[in-house]
Design a protein around this ligand. Structure first.
Ligand code: SF4
Length: 359
């Protein structure tokens, strides 16, 4: 018994004092026991690293969900094309730009333009929207899925600085099963294309997917590190009743926060959102993620009339609030845990450094 206690203390010391990489077996143990004492140590370590590398600031990104049409049929997603229950909408370019303008008035420095894979928004149409938003002085993050490399280039040249596209799971078989017609290989190849175009690259994954193991989750972290992602979004899988996975169990707050912490440890300068999905499964979910290494929050700027129709997962919070209310609520949550709302653009510091001194 005493020997086991000694080993446990040694593991805790290893977690707190170590520089990465931690031993693989230890990492797997931590992932498999997200409510255990080692997981707590990992989150404390991640919070220390967050403070040391990216400071107390939390960056706000105003999210504009401009179209819920999608050509894909991902098994976990409420917006999948076979979900006939969804009331589909597309905002006009003028509406998107107006939402961005409202974001600027509310003090946002970045807007995230997000949609399903909707080819109605051609490369040129989106490039025009990006150029208009750049005139307002905002940083533009895109999250519109898999498109042609020439379109990614067009949008980068139009002024978009960041691109979010989660790899979702690093297990190629699970990926093929969950995302019919798509492959992990293509997703990773497109992520590398985005990186080569000098976007701040965002990837990420879901936690608690059916068929996922601790090994898969560790491989997710390793893939994000291999890609040298500047941003990593991690959310719990939340089963949507309008999908084939509707009756599966979902991911938990504890599991997700441990993965947030490991990303902070493996990529200490990264931008890590405390996702809305976490806030949707637990009232203090976003605060918990912020205490486990996260440093970004994405309040909603989508016009209220469309919000309820953009539900990748059910039970999404903040559907009824005006954009200004969301901004105020989030700021209050951030300061309540002793952090501060960033006044700057919130670029990844390594990316920014490379812009000044290209390597
Ligand atoms: S996850 Fe994205 S690509 Fe897949 S169905 Fe949903 S919106 Fe479309």
């Amino acid at each position: 018994m005493k020997q086991r206690a000694n080993q446990s203390n040694a593991n805790e010391r290893e977690v707190l004092n170590s520089e990465v990489p931690l031993e693989r077996d230890l990492l797997l143990e931590i992932i498999a026991n997200p409510s255990g004492p080692l997981a707590e140590q990992v989150m404390a370590k991640a919070d220390m690293l967050r403070a040391e590398h990216v400071g107390p600031e939390v960056h706000l990104r105003g999210l504009i969900e401009f179209s819920n049409y999608c050509r894909n049929n991902c098994l976990y997603c409420g917006l999948r094309r076979d979900n006939r229950q969804v009331n589909r909408y597309r905002m006009t370019p003028q509406e998107i730009i107006a939402a961005a303008e409202q974001g600027a008035i509310l003090g946002y420095k970045t807007v995230v333009l997000q949609s399903g894979e909707d080819l109605t928004f051609t490369g040129e149409i989106l490039a025009d929207i990006i150029r208009e938003i750049k005139k307002i002085g905002l940083v533009v993050t895109l999250s519109v899925g898999e498109r042609e490399p020439r379109e990614y280039e067009l949008w980068r040249n139009a002024g978009a600085e960041r691109y979010l596209m989660r790899h979702e799971t690093s297990d190629p078989d699970l990926y093929a099963k969950l995302d019919p017609g798509q492959t992990l290989e293509k997703r990773v190849s497109l992520l590398k294309t985005l990186k080569s175009l000098d976007y701040q690259l965002g990837t990420g994954f879901m936690v608690g997917l059916p068929g996922q193991t601790a090994e898969t989750l560790l491989a997710d972290v390793e893939l994000a590190r291999e890609l040298q992602a500047e941003m990593v979004g991690i959310g719990p899988f939340i089963p949507h009743p309008g999908t084939p996975l509707g009756s599966c169990p979902g991911g938990t707050l504890e599991q997700t926060c441990v993965m947030v912490a490991l990303i902070r440890i493996f990529l200490p300068f990264s931008l890590i959102p405390a996702t809305t999905a976490l806030g949707s499964i637990s009232p203090q979910g976003r605060e918990s993620a912020l205490k486990a290494g996260a440093n970004v929050v994405m309040p909603n700027l989508t016009p209220r009339i469309h919000r309820a129709d953009y539900q990748i997962y059910p039970g999404k919070i903040c559907l009824g609030e005006e954009a200004a209310e969301c901004r105020g609520c989030i700021a209050g949550r951030i300061t309540s845990i002793g952090r501060q709302v960033s006044e700057g653009p919130g670029h990844n510091p390594i990316w920014l450094q490379n812009q000044i001194n290209p390597v």
